[in-house]
Design a protein around this ligand. Structure first.
Ligand SMILES: Nc1ncnc2c1ncn2[C@@H]1O[C@H](COP(=O)(O)OP(=O)(O)OP(=O)(O)O)[C@@H](O)[C@H]1O
Ligand SMILES: [Mg+2]
Length: 262
């Protein structure tokens, strides 16, 4: 359903993607891992037409992506952002409705019964039924991300691209968001491709993991096949406690959570 063939992306002299190819079948749940700056967001943005590859081919459901069919393809491919992309001074319902009708003003539009019904269904699915008329700036980070997901769901997307959807959330809230994506994947059959920094979430939720480094896919494996060598190929150091330098343990960064899982 997604075919990516030899895509390259350059920003000036910066060669970010140097030839990425993979296929993703309908209903798969795959995660992209890679160090900061490896090109994970660039890859996802290319798949949604937010960014144009310098060369290469992207085919979504047998349709090759080009400038002309971009809007059509975008309706089938929902994008969930790292920096939660909702409008604070609108209610949950208004955010979700405006997500369903790109181009209309949120203040002066008519939504028919069917559109409202779809919005309510999406809001229920993300677990915010009791917050329909709450202003989004009164919600927690996790709840805001749920609104972002509901905005995507009203389109009935066949594919969801999620770019570090849990990076700004605490582990418990992040787990809830990952479970929601899993639920959408399993119950609706939506294909999910998700960028993550948390290896433990990747192992828990993905069936398949891509590792990106230096512009290339370093590995593309089923979760059960991922080894410490694979992770070393993208992060540059071992995740086995006895093998890794002490200064890495001393670092108090977002990777610290990941060390105990391998
Ligand atoms: N619009 C842009 N213009 C110029 N350079 C860009 C642009 N977007 C990304 N880059 C560059 O592309 C490279 C990859 O960035 P990208 O955001 O895809 O990495 P990432 O793997 O998502 O990193 P992170 O884990 O920090 O989110 C970086 O060197 C970045 O500076
Ligand atoms: Mg990124």
């Amino acid at each position: 359903m997604i075919v990516v063939e030899k895509i390259r992306k350059e920003f000036g002299k910066n060669q970010v993607l140097k030839g990425i190819s993979f296929n993703l079948k309908k209903g798969e749940f795959a995660v992209v891992l890679g160090s900061s700056g490896a090109g994970k967001s660039t890859l996802l943005r290319c798949l949604n037409g937010l960014c144009q590859p310098t060369s290469g081919k992207i085919v979504i459901n047998d349709v090759e992506m080009n400038q002309k069919n971009l809007n059509k393809i975008r309706k089938r491919v929902g994008f969930i952002f790292q920096n939660i992309n909702v409008v604070g001074n609108l209610t949950v319902m208004q955010n979700v409705l405006t997500g369903s009708l790109a181009g209309k003003s949120p203040w002066n539009i008519f939504f028919d019964r069917e559109e409202k019904k779809k919005a309510i269904q999406a809001i229920e699915m993300v677990g915010l039924a009791d917050k329909v008329n709450t202003r989004v700036d009164k919600l927690s980070g996790g709840q805001k991300q749920r609104v972002g997901i509901a905005r995507v769901l009203v389109h009935n997307p066949e594919i969801i691209l999620a770019d570090e959807p849990v990076s700004s959330l605490d582990p418990v809230t992040g787990q809830g968001i990952m479970e929601l994506l899993e639920h959408i994947n399993q119950d609706l059959g939506t294909t999910v491709l998700c960028n993550l920094h948390q290896i433990e979430y990747a192992k828990q939720f993905a069936k398949r993991i891509f590792g990106i480094e230096n512009g290339y896919i370093q590995f593309d494996k089923q979760v059960s096949e991922i080894s410490d060598v694979d992770l070393k190929s993208i992060y540059g150091h071992s995740f086995n406690k006895q093998d890794r330098p002490k200064e890495i343990d001393d670092r108090n960064d977002s990777y610290s959570l990941q060390y105990d899982v391998i």
